[in-house]
Design a protein around this ligand. Structure first.
Ligand SMILES: [Cu+2]
Length: 122
């Protein structure tokens, strides 16, 4: 009787922990520029970390992209709607300055459109 209560309780706690981790884990992949001009470091490895980047409308932000993944499909960093395309050499920081004057969401992706991320301009 007591043992089954312990099992049920610990299972519940594990489940709560998992749910918390699931949502918290997703949030941690977002970077946000809170004030003024800013720089955001983006690691390119098996995708983009962070994959969601929040920017402020009309404020210049510099993305510092560093590719540490040998996968050649991540060589190109493309934001199609902003007409940005950059070559990312291995282990080198490449700066991409962005200033968007409109609120909206802009997708970015790799050369073959397999890895994705987005810029949210608020
Ligand atoms: Cu690709």
């Amino acid at each position: 009787m007591i043992l089954s209560k312990i099992i049920v309780t610990s299972f519940g706690l594990i489940l709560i922990g998992f749910i918390y981790w699931f949502f918290f884990g997703k949030k941690s992949s977002t970077a946000e520029v809170l004030d003024g001009q800013g720089e955001i470091k983006v690691t390119v490895e098996g995708g983009y970390k962070p994959e969601v980047i929040k920017l402020k409308k009309g404020i210049k932000t510099t993305l510092i992209l560093k590719r540490t993944d040998t996968n050649p499909c991540l060589e190109d960093f493309i934001i199609p709607d902003l007409k940005i395309k950059r070559y990312l050499p291995m282990n080198k920081e490449i700066k991409v300055s962005i200033k968007v004057d409109r609120v909206g969401i802009w997708d970015f992706h790799c050369g073959m459109n397999m890895y994705h991320g987005k810029l949210i301009v608020e």
